[in-house]
Ligand binder design. Sequence first.
Ligand code: TRP
Length: 444
Amino acid sequence: MKQVQTNGKFSKIGFILATAGSAVGLGNVIRFPYIMGDSGGGAFFVIYLLTILFIGASVMLAEMVVGYKGQAGAVSSLEKLTTGSPGPWRPIGWVISSSSNIIFSYYVILLAWMITYIGLSASGGLAHEPAAADAIFASTRENLPRTLLLSILLIILTFGVVSRGISRGIERLNLILMPMILLIFGGMFIYAATLHGFGEALDFMFKFKWSDITMKVVVSAIGMSFFTLSLGSAIVLAYSASLPKGSNLVQSIGYVVLLDTLIAIVSGIMIFSFVFTYGGSPTAGFGLVFITLGTVFSNLGYLGQLLGVVFFSALFFAGITSAVSMVEPMLKAVHYRFKVSRSKAAIALALPTALLTAIITLSFGGYFGDINLMDIVDYILSNVLLPMGGLAITIFVGWFMDRKVVEDAVDGKLHGFFELWYIIIKYIAPLLIIIVMLSLLGIM
Ligand code: TRP
């Protein structure tokens, strides 16, 4: 019985690494550099840091408070903690929890491609020039049987790890993979510092011009801060429900935000160093990693093969630690709400997830005409469901939770800043999220 109990809780370092493992993912390495390139570098960076600090970290604390005090999945926690009627919070809890599971259904496809690219790097199969690299990326996407097979294996792996529980599954995986990710990115960063494009990369990332700050830059910085910190989809909430009593929430957030930002900066500088040294465009979008870097690696001979394997493996590890976090919210919600075991909940959830993954995969084979389902689902989630999840949580903590319970969870760790945080959660964050949503949807 004792063992079952401890398996249900994180250790202090385990919680920090698992939450950072969720935050550090494909977003840091693929999305951050290209959005930065798209938004003019330095200006985006400054706004991004400010939003991470004031909005991102604040919303993260709100999610943590709900999980930590609720000690259950989002559905049961919201129901338990509201001072009003629990009625509306039950469906809201389900919607928030399911959004991360939906993200997972296409995130595994990206991870499946990553495995393909590890193989291509190892065998020297990457193209030497951009047009051919484009063709390889296209054929990777269009190889449906391979994508499907790898995705299903990844779904089994992820649900398998998560069904083992918090400490034997999620925590153990992160304790192994997170140090490896830090080591690989650290090593590659040092290598990048020896390239002649390093200075240009620094210039590009940190050159600040007031005129670069536009509404679009502000909006994409806020959107990015939500995605990169895994907010708005009950992940932080679900992990915090497995914190032992007496945890220091504020300190944990400090470490998580620091690690996440560090990895984004390090991988940004590294990728741009490669791009400026060997050619390519910093605004290449999604292709920046698969096409531009693939071409760079393939022109470096054996060194490139090694760099390719190491880089795509680190990216894969970063993605797996995020993927594991994405299935925990629904699993936990089902586990607590219907009182079934984690393994049963895992099986019940893995099947519909695999079905969704299969449907999204089929759209790469032209089965739905020109429609790219991954882009559509990603757009709806990032621009509608995640901000709405964040909005619901801030409104819940600011307006529907007993302030004393909130204060008790934060436990004086914010010192004089509690009042400021509370105002952010109650008024500023909800307002900003609404503005961002309207603007992303093109309404404002
Ligand atoms: N934060 C991860 C990344 O940067 C992705 C991620 C994990 C995520 N969980 C999430 C994004 C929940 C949105 C919501 O890649």
